[in-house]
Design a protein around this ligand. Sequence first.
Ligand SMILES: [Fe+2]
Length: 329
Amino acid sequence: MKRRNFINAAALAGLGLTFTSFELLPERKKIRGTFSSNKNKVSIYTNAPVKPTRIFHITDTHLSIDDERGVKYQEFSKRMAGAYKSNSHFQTEVEYSTKENFEQTLELAKEQAIDFLALTGDIFSFPSEAAVEWVLQKLNDTGIPFAYVAGNHDWHYEGMKGSSQKLRETWTEKHLKPMYQQNSPLYAAYDFNGIRFVCIDNSTFEIQSEQLDFFKSQVKSGSPLILLMHIPLFMPGRTMGYGCANPKWGEKTDKNFEVERREKWRKGGHTKVTFEFYDEVFTAPNLLTILAGHTHRPAIDFKNGIPQIVSGHNATAYFTDLIINSLAN
Ligand SMILES: [Fe+2]
């Protein structure tokens, strides 16, 4: 814990207040400061003493690189391997492969000395070992630290038997493991420049109780947090793509289970744990922003003053260029 946050914690404890009392603090003591956006650029100024940090938020590249190791899985990877073959660049409209668009994004990140890469899932269209190796090589070549959380396609071999939870457990362990840099696929935290990047895998749309406990402990730490997830959290007026903690999510609203050859969404909808997680996120005094993907359409929403940034799909080379700066600097 940073010294300044520790002092805040001690002062609050002395007053008999908890961290959830941050909202009572004078404006300059609150962690969230200002928020501005322009096209794919976002800047967030915080009252916390963080170092200026520029982040590329990359999501939904949908790479379908494969080699002979993937032949035995072709029955399960065929449909997604054929998707996103060619994509027009979000700025130039020139057609490129997803591979070329991912490379261009990373080259730009390197050229512009970006500090951190936040990857929020569906980087892969299916869990190909060859693709994972290729991505890791590309990421390591940039020399830029990164955090990765899975999307619903990263671990999914369509038509393979098993629940979504079980398939995620299997393929994050068998093929995606190196992406997690020795951390758990379900939840992890990466400290960088005074900011804590918290990854929560909600790629089944749901939250498990150990993930909720982990997130609560991150809120209690008092560190300025950035939450990385694949599925955006529910926002009234948005589509079912904003499905995590969406009160309408469930068996009855699942339109794609046949095409994607997977189990239907949960009968009866979300569990209490997922709803509790939602409340915890949108009352977290030290959460700077949520970064998500999945819908492939860039959009920003606010709830209780907390922004949720959904980035466009990097299959078109789209990324969100996010700058975190301190009002104290
Ligand atoms: Fe996607």
